[in-house]
Design a protein around this ligand. Structure first.
Ligand code: NDP
Length: 288
C-alpha cells in the first residue's frame, strides 16, 4: 500500500506560508504582490483556470487583475496590453492563459513579457536560466512536483528518476529540476523504445503525457515514488491521470492521486513566483 501524497493539504500549507510572506512584504515595504492574468477568447476550461487564479490571489492577500479579451483581439492589441503591464508597478506577474486562439502567436506574446514578470517561466530567457540552475521562477507544474517531493520527505539525490513526456512546460523543465536536485535523470517520449523497461528502473517516476491510465502496474518498480501530472477527462466527465492508479498504487511507496495530487500545486507555485517577483521588485526599488 502506497502513501498517498495529499496535494490539497500540501498546497494549503504552502499557501499559508505564501500568505505570511505577502503580509511581511506589505508590512516591511508597502508593496502588495500583484498578478495580471490575460485570457483571450471563450475557452471554458481556460475561464475556470483564470477564475481559480484570481480567487487564489485573493486568498493569500495578493492584488490581481483579469483581462478577458474577445477572440478577435489582434496581436498588436495583445502586445500593447503586455507592454503596458510590463511598466505597471502594481503588477509583478503577468500570465497569458494558453492556448491563445488562432492566429495569435503565443511565442511572440510570451517573448514580450518582461522576464522579471514572467511568472509562468515560459520565456526563452527564464527557460535558459533554469538550464543553468540560476533562476527566480520555476515553471509552476514541475516546481509543484518538487515541492510535493520535498514536503513528503522524499530525497531525490542519487535516485534513478524517469520523466515520461518532454514538453517545454512540464517534461523538460521537470527533468532539469530533478537533475539540479542531483537525481540521475532519464527522459522518455513517444519514440522511446521499450518504455516499460525504462520506467521499471525508476525510483522516482514522473508521468506527463496526457494519456488516461497509460502507466500500469507492470511498468513500475516495487517501492517506486510515482507522480502523476496527467489530467484527462473520461467519457463520464471524471478527471483521471496518466497513471492507472488501481494497478500502480499497490506497488508504489508513494503516489499522487488525480485529482488532488499535482493539480493543486500548480496555482500555488504561480503565487510563489508572484511573491518572489514582488520581493525582487521591492528590493530593486529600495536600492534606487
Ligand atoms: P504535451 O502534449 O505537450 O506533451 C506530451 C508528451 O508526452 C510529449 O513529449 C509526448 O512525446 C509524450 N508522449 C505522448 N504519448 C506517449 C507515449 N505513448 N509514450 C511516451 N511518451 C508519450 O503535454 P503536456 O506536457 O502539456 O501535459 C501532459 C499532461 O499533463 C496532460 O495530461 C496535461 O493535461 C497535464 N498537465 C497537468 C498540469 C497540472 O497542473 N496538473 C499542468 C500541465 C499539464 P513526443 O514529444 O515524442 O510527442
Amino acid at each position: 500500500m502506497a502513501n498517498i501524497i495529499d496535494g490539497k493539504a500540501i498546497a494549503s500549507q504552502v499557501r499559508g506560508e505564501i500568505a505570511d510572506g505577502v503580509q511581511r512584504l506589505i508590512e516591511q515595504t508597502g508593496v502588495t504582490p500583484g498578478l495580471a492574468v490575460i485570457i483571450v477568447g471563450d475557452n471554458p476550461a481556460s475561464q475556470v483556470y483564470v477564475r481559480n487564479k484570481k480567487r487564489a490571489c485573493e486568498e493569500v492577500g495578493m492584488y490581481s487583475e483579469v483581462y478577458e479579451l474577445p477572440a478577435t483581439t489582434t496581436q498588436a492589441e495583445l502586445t500593447d496590453l503586455v507592454r503596458r503591464l510590463n511598466k505597471d508597478n502594481k503588477i509583478h506577474g503577468i500570465l497569458v492563459q494558453l492556448p491563445l486562439p488562432k492566429p495569435l502567436d503565443e511565442a511572440e506574446i510570451i517573448a514580450e513579457i518582461d522576464p522579471s514578470k514572467d511568472v509562468d517561466a515560459f520565456s526563452a530567457y527564464n527557460t535558459g536560466k533554469i538550464m543553468i540552475g540560476d533562476f527566480d521562477f520555476l515553471p509552476c507544474t514541475p516546481a509543484g512536483v518538487m515541492k510535493l517531493l520535498e514536503k513528503s520527505g522524499i530525497e531525490v539525490s542519487g535516485k534513478e528518476c524517469v520523466v515520461v513526456g518532454r514538453s517545454n512546460i512540464v517534461g523538460k523543465p521537470q527533468a532539469m529540476l530533478l537533475l539540479h536536485a542531483n537525481g540521475t535523470v532519464t527522459i522518455c517520449h513517444s519514440r522511446t523504445k521499450n518504455l516499460a523497461e525504462v520506467t521499471r528502473r525508476a525510483d522516482i517516476l514522473v508521468v506527463a503525457i496526457g494519456k488516461a491510465d497509460f502507466i500500469t502496474g507492470d511498468m513500475v518498480k516495487e517501492g517506486a515514488v510515482v507522480i502523476d501530472v496527467g489530467m484527462n477527462r473520461r467519457a463520464d466527465g471524471k478527471l483521471t491521470g496518466d497513471v492507472d492508479f488501481a494497478s500502480v498504487e499497490p506497488k508504489a511507496s508513494y503516489i499522487t492521486p488525480v485529482p488532488g495530487g499535482v493539480g493543486p500545486m500548480t496555482i500555488t507555485m504561480l503565487l510563489q513566483n508572484t511573491l518572489t517577483s514582488a520581493v525582487n521588485f521591492a528590493r530593486k526599488t529600495s536600492l534606487n
